[in-house]
Write a protein that binds this ligand. Structure first.
Ligand code: ASP
Ligand code: MG
Length: 411
């Protein structure tokens, strides 16, 4: 008998029929004797609908009232879910975040969970009930309703699992797991049985939009086994777990992430003197523009070229700022390119294998793909290239590292 926290996302509870289907699923687990805490999102589209209502009322609604409004989406779902479970003859109890009490800080619309009082939930479970908790919300110490940021129900699920010391936090969604890369780009992309928290963080921040990143960090911190699986099909999904140092032969690369929304800016001919990097990037970060990769060339004739990448949406703004800075610094010129993409190979196996980057560069060279920038971390190598090569690059790397269904030579 295990204790599972199961989180069902917006699409999984998007209609009455789907809520009933989730209830059937929960009943199966109950019938096997497991204790179940369910946490749910708002029905799909509901949070957006509420945001639209608010913006009809006010240009800049107060964050406190936004939270009062947005938290209702999940409140609807917990009630309907509890009714569906009752219809199946199960004992059930629903709670909003503030009823539980999920204590958060007071930063409305992106609050962080500080503590969860599990006493009531524990008592209900002992009493044989399924407990249904509204995702995405809590209350601050003064009782003001707060929400956790878009996608925050994932974090509620993980936090409940950590507080209850659950055996597993299961995130049910509309995909059946985490894949080696986007199956829309590579047909042979495979579902991973397991991925480590660190890898998942690298994959997530690089564009796999399966889980709220915060929930993965949270799960890693509290060592909550986290499983992503489909609410529509049976299957084991993907287990996100800590790196085990048993000598199991792990693949060197677990997946390939990519990001099309990149843009690159270069200031040519800046004087190579102390403080230049901060003079260039200071105004960029003051404008709240996030910088990803940074590259500075070796100086010739006392000047150097300085390149960095930003999100494509920030390109125009960054270009303007940089043009001003370059005049102040008496640089030669500013160049920009907003048709670039980033491709990354990710894997904890890299730590113990040499030559991974070389293999990546070889595969790209074979396809005549020019690499414009490179950055590495302990478990990741990223390259920037012209956007038009993105698909080709992902496909060739996927097969070079034998990640596909038909790539492996064993058996
Ligand atoms: N309903 C919230 C949202 O749409 C929270 C969630 O679904 O996780 O962002
Ligand atoms: Mg979600």
């Amino acid at each position: 008998m295990a204790l599972y926290v199961q989180k069902y996302g917006g699409t999984s509870v998007g209609t009455i029929e789907r809520i009933q289907a989730v209830a059937e699923k929960v009943k199966k687990f109950r019938d096997q004797g497991h204790e179940i805490v369910v946490t749910v999102s708002a029905m799909s589209g509901e949070t957006n609908r509420l945001i639209a209502l608010a913006s009809e009322m006010q240009d800049v609604p107060s964050p406190r009232e936004m939270d009062v409004l947005l938290s209702t989406g999940e409140q609807v779902t917990i009630a309907l879910m509890s009714m569906a479970l009752e219809n199946l003859g199960l004992k059930v109890k629903s709670y909003t975040g503030s009823q539980v009490r999920i204590l958060t800080d007071n930063v409305h619309m992106k609050a962080r969970i500080e503590d969860i009082d599990v006493a009531k939930i524990r008592a209900d479970l002992d009493d044989g009930s399924v407990v249904v908790v509204a995702g995405f919300q809590g209350a601050d110490k003064d009782g003001n309703i707060t929400t956790l940021g878009r996608g925050g129900s994932d974090t509620t699920g993980v936090a409940l699992a950590a507080a209850l010391k659950a055996d597993e936090c299961q995130i049910y969604t509309d995909v059946d797991g985490v894949y080696t890369t986007d199956p829309r780009v590579v047909e042979g992309a495979q579902r991973l049985e397991e991925i480590t928290f660190e890898e998942m963080l690298e994959m997530a921040s690089l564009g796999s939009k399966i889980l709220q990143i915060r929930s993965v960090e949270f799960a890693g911190k509290y060592k909550v086994p986290l499983r992503v699986l489909s609410s529509f099909e049976e299957g084991p999904g993907t287990l996100i777990t800590i790196e085990d140092d048993e000598n199991v032969e792990k693949p060197v690369i677990s997946g390939i992430a990519f990001n099309r929304d990149e843009a690159k800016l270069t200031v040519m001919g800046v004087p190579d003197i102390p403080g230049v990097a901060s003079k260039i990037l200071g105004p960029i970060s003051e404008a709240n523009i996030e910088v990803d990769m940074i590259l500075q060339n070796i100086a010739e004739d006392q000047t150097t070229d300085f390149t960095f990448t930003v999100h494509r949406n920030d390109f125009d703004k960054a270009h303007q700022i940089l043009t001003r800075t370059s005049q102040l610094l008496k640089a030669r010129e500013v160049k920009g390119d907003n048709k670039i993409a980033k491709v990354s190979i990710v894997g904890v196996g890299m730590r113990s294998h040499a030559g991974v980057a070389t293999k990546m560069f070889d595969a790209l060279a074979d396809e005549n793909i020019n690499i414009q920038m490179i950055s590495t971390s302990e478990i990741k190598v990223s390259v920037v290239m012209a956007e038009k090569y993105l698909e080709l690059a992902v496909r060739s790397l996927h097969s070079a590292f034998e990640l596909g269904r038909n790539d492996s030579i064993s058996e």
